[in-house]
Design a protein around this ligand. Structure first.
Ligand code: C2E
Ligand code: MG
Ligand code: MG
Length: 506
């Protein structure tokens, strides 16, 4: 019952072995009467006479179908992603290695396309993991339909996929293929009968031009994908060496930040908030990182990485606690009417963390702070997504009794509708409007409008980035009396702030 397709192979193998007078060891795939595949293992020895002529064959045939099935299951698990049935990371590495070796042998080229779905987390968060899984399966199907049979599609995990384009005619063909993938993945996906729009970001690394080491090539395609995200998502970006430097830098910052939390390398500086040109009413806490090799690093150089890695949650909790502790010290000997207020910046990632409200409450309680003395500065970016959730969270924060301020006002979400809906206390005019206030009539008009908005909604108004007396006077004339900026003081270490503003007990 050997299937005719298999027989010639067996015959040749056995015949060769017999002619050479050697034994043989063969796995044979057979079809039984029911059309089921069975595997047999045949091991045989050939006995020869004195002249080396085969006399007879002795051996055994065993049914190894079960072992074969188990082996296939193991291979499936070890090399394929159970959800999409695509090759997994391990098999991908193998395929890339082969593809690179083949390209080098033939003098040809190929490419890795690193694909990441845009905002996929939102689907998991809002529609649930089953919906997320459905989309991943659909993505795999779309990729299969788009990619040549000889190419490899793998799922790295999460919403990350990699396509290996083997032996491509020229770089132009790679570009076309990458854009076709992008186009194919973008569009509506039906989930539970509803269309859901999705797009992807694609990073491309070429081989052997961008490297011949598998890990390195993947990193490079990943760095290019990050660049595509940065360029606004739903696009293709090609690896450039500069990207790798940026990716290395990100990694170094991420590692360094973990150490910073443990080794106490973070510090807060405080910039005074000044009312009517001279009265200090409070301070904004601004984070600094004392890097062991690089010296003092400003938040602009690391907050972004802290947000991407989620480290901002822990860092933010540290900032809240440290700022509240400092405020309690400064206010200890001040009379009630001269208590200082403290403003703390909050990142959108931190704001969305489920523990955030409790974290604020812990900081207030730990230092026995009057809640109205704490102001949280949030940015307009918080309002773009999940408005209902944001409104609910702000209400919870407000219920603690603290104040809420919109930082960098006017630079983000342009709708003013939210001002009516949200329990806000303060807006901070972004420094870009204060700069050139005098020379640029546009900026003056904008600030004027902001003063009107603050009045309409009964909001406290602060101007940030006030650098000159002329700007301060102009702001006063427009009706904005609370300022922050280099004109009064740069952000100061706590001791300097204490020495300058808190030494003579009022
Ligand atoms: P921001 O909250 O708008 O803070 C004001 C920034 O303007 C600070 O930069 C401050 O040093 C700077 N500044 C103040 N006065 C002047 C001035 O007169 N002229 C100019 N040119 N600049 C002035 P810094 O400290 O580098 O902070 C940058 C941003 O980093 C902050 O902007 C805030 O968004 C963020 N940040 C700072 N600390 C934290 C923190 O603890 N947590 C979070 N999530 N973000 C923080
Ligand atoms: Mg701020
Ligand atoms: Mg600001």
């Amino acid at each position: 019952m050997i299937h005719p397709d298999d027989w010639p192979l067996v015959e040749t193998g056995v015949a060769d072995a017999l002619v050479k007078g050697e034994g043989f060891d063969l796995d044979v795939r057979l079809l039984d009467h029911d059309g089921q595949v069975r595997w047999t293992h045949t091991q045989a020895e050939v006995e020869c006479n004195a002249e080396g002529k085969p006399l007879h064959v002795r051996g055994a045939v065993a049914d190894i179908s079960q072992q074969k099935a188990a082996q296939e299951t193991i291979e499936q698990l070890a090399y394929f992603d159970p959800l999409t049935k695509l090759p997994n990371r391990r098999l991908l590495f193998d395929r890339v290695r082969q593809a690179v070796a083949a390209a080098k042998r033939s003098g040809g080229c190929g490419a890795l396309l690193f694909i990441d779905l845009d905002h996929f987390k939102r689907i998991n968060d809002s529609l649930g993991h089953r919906a997320g899984d459905q989309i991943l399966i659909e993505v795999a199907a779309r990729l299969r339909a788009q990619i040549r049979e000889e190419d490899t599609i793998a799922r790295l995990g999460g919403d990350e996929f990699v396509v290996v384009l083997h032996a491509v005619a020229n770089p132009g063909a790679i570009r076309r293929a990458a854009y076709r993938v992008l186009e194919r993945l973008s569009g509506n996906y039906a989930i539970a009968g509803h269309p859901y729009h999705l797009s992807a970001s694609v990073g491309v690394a070429l081989f052997p031009a961008d490297g011949d080491d598998t890990t390195e090539l993947l990193h490079r395609a990943d760095a290019a994908m990050y660049q595509a995200k940065k360029e606004g998502r739903s696009t293709v970006s090609f690896y450039q060496p500069a990207l790798q430097n940026a990716a290395d830098e990100r990694l170094a910052i991420e590692r360094g930040l973990r150490a910073a939390l443990i080794d106490d390398q973070l510090e807060l500086h405080y910039q005074p908030k000044v009312l009517d040109g001279s009265r200090i009413v409070g301070a904004e806490a601004l984070l600094r990182w004392h890097h062991p090799e690089r010296g003092l690093i400003a938040p602009g150089d690391f907050i972004c990485v802290a947000e991407e890695t989620g480290l901002i949650v822990e860092i933010g909790a540290w900032v809240l606690d440290a700022a509240c502790r400092q405020l309690a010290v400064w206010n200890r000997d001040r009379p009630p009417e001269q208590q200082l207020v403290m403003a703390v910046n909050v990142s959108p990632v931190q704001f969305r963390n489920p523990d955030f409200v409790a974290c604020v409450e812990r900081a207030i309680n730990a230092h026995r702070l009057e809640p109205p003395l704490l102001t949280l500065e949030i940015t307009e970016g918080i309002l773009i997504d999940k408005v209902e959730e944001t409104v609910a969270r702000l209400a919870e924060l407000k219920a603690l009794g603290i104040n809420l301020s919109i930082d960098d006002f006017g630079t983000g979400y342009s709708s003013l509708n939210y001002l009516k809906r949200l329990p806000l206390d303060e807006i901070k005019i972004d420094r870009s409007f204060v700069a050139n206030l005098i020379e640029d009539p546009n900026n003056a008009a904008i600030v004027k409008t902001m003063v009107a908005i603050a009045t309409t909604f009964s909001l406290h108004l602060v101007a940030e980035g006030v650098e000159t007396t002329a700007e301060a006077e102009f702001l006063h004339a427009l009706g904005c009396h609370c300022h922050q900026g280099y004109l009064y003081a740069r952000p100061l270490p706590a001791e300097d702030f204490t020495r300058r503003y808190c030494q003579e007990t009022p």
